[in-house]
Design a protein. Structure first.
Length: 414
């Protein structure tokens, strides 16, 4: 505990930090081995407060630092100015190396500066805000994005200031829009309430689901026949994309929804993400032909942009409408192990929004009455969206997940 506490206290601005740490080490070395666990001790309490302050300061720097683009003789570079409460620059910089490894950047603070050239992280003397370039075009785009995602119905100034203290606002381009957004919140909320529903009249999800449940199919083929002749519950889609594989498969994979290629061919996982999944399954020793593959949503939801059909993520309500199909489908297939590929699949299987980073790995899907052992991992489309330098590691982790799936499948198959 002491070894872990020291690096989280040393960056604090309190001039007594070294003396306090020395006192803690001395007492631990002279008989009070469990002192760091005694939260009521004044020394431990004070050092714990410093540790929390550093953790909070790091979190704020990671969240609120904003880069601006400049052109130099060596090419493009990104520069940011930040004023942390404590001496955290060296502790915070590795986060930005991991996040922006393929960029040249500089972080300026009143205490020092950090410089990354895509290969080496170096630290230098204090910076000056005057070195920061004027706002660039990207900042205007960021403000537009912030305004478009601002929810006026959830305006809570107290919570906003608690999460994003005003002392950071002058370095964040989007905050210039906040006063106007807050002033207009009441009228925008009224407009949202009065606005007509977006779903077209010919689609009635509640009636569609009721009609399906009334038919009570006895086989997977009968269920698929219902799916094929039912109205899509999402806009777009030329046909329903059914699950594929044999009844009784040991492993079933559940994705989000069909993509453009799946919608055209009427088969699941045949587009770029599906091809990546097939490759990973093969590397992990999972036979795709012996597995069952399906999606939480059976129709392709998209937005037309010119000649392209751009995927749109299904809403929680749309996922809920399709859940009856998925439940019956898994009843008929009766796999030993269900693999949820991504957050939408997890939502469909549990009825809850669960972060993949928190639940990744073996998981029991309680809402299915313990019928299926589960496993949660990312959707292969997530890997396709990553920058090139991050793809290789993320893909290796994904294959590692599928190897664990293969092992679990063998155990459950007996």
């Amino acid at each position: 505990p002491v070894a872990g506490l020291i690096p989280m206290v040393v960056p604090h601005r309190d001039r007594e930090r070294y003396a306090l740490l020395h006192a803690l080490v001395w007492r631990v070395r002279h008989g009070e081995r469990h002192l760091p666990e005694v939260a009521s001790d004044p020394l431990v309490h004070r050092l714990g407060g410093m540790r929390k302050a550093i953790a909070r300061d790091l979190h704020k720097m990671h969240a609120f630092l904003r880069f601006r683009r400049i052109e130099t003789a060596a090419g493009e570079r990104f520069v940011a100015w930040f004023e942390p409460d404590n001496h955290i620059l060296e502790a915070a910089a590795p986060f930005f190396v991991d996040r922006f490894r393929s960029m040249d950047w500089t972080i300026l603070t009143p205490d020092g500066s950090a410089h990354w050239d895509r290969a080496t992280l170096a630290f230098g003397p204090p910076g000056d805000k005057a070195q920061l370039p004027e706002g660039d075009g990207f900042e205007a785009g960021w403000r537009d994005y912030y305004e478009s995602t601002f929810n006026p119905a959830r305006t809570n100034l107290k919570a906003m200031r608690a999460e994003m203290p005003k002392k950071y606002w002058h370095n964040m381009p989007e905050t210039a829009a906040i006063p106007g957004l807050v002033r207009a919140a009441a009228s925008r909320t009224t407009q949202m309430i009065e606005r007509a529903p977006q779903m077209t009249i010919k689609r009635d999800p509640a009636k569609a689901v009721a009609a399906m449940s009334d038919q009570a199919p006895k086989t997977l083929d009968a269920l698929n026949a219902i799916i094929k002749r039912s109205e899509p519950l999402v806009p777009g889609a030329t046909q329903a994309v059914l699950g594929e594989g044999r009844v009784g498969s040991t492993i079933a994979f559940v994705g989000e929804q069909p993509g453009d290629q799946e919608d055209r061919q009427g088969r699941p996982f045949v587009g770029p993400a599906g091809q990546l999944l097939s490759r990973a399954m093969a590397e992990a020793g999972i036979d795709r032909e012996a597995s069952y593959l399906t999606n939480a949503v059976k129709h392709f939801k998209f937005e037309e942009r010119g000649k392209r059909r751009i995927h749109q993520k299904p809403t929680a309500g749309e996922v809920s409408h399709y859940r009856w199909w998925l439940d019956r489908e898994l009843d008929f297939v009766a796999p030993k192990l269900v693999v949820a590929l991504g957050a939408t699949a997890v939502l469909a299987l549990t009825g809850k929004s669960i972060p993949i980073t928190r639940a990744r790995g073996p998981f029991r899907f309680e809402r299915l009455e313990d019928r299926f052992q589960g496993f949660i991992t990312v959707h292969p489309s997530y890997l396709l969206r990553l920058p090139d330098e991050a793809k290789e590691e993320a893909y290796a982790t994904f294959v590692g997940d599928l190897r664990r799936v293969a092992e679990l499948g063998r155990e459950l198959a007996g």
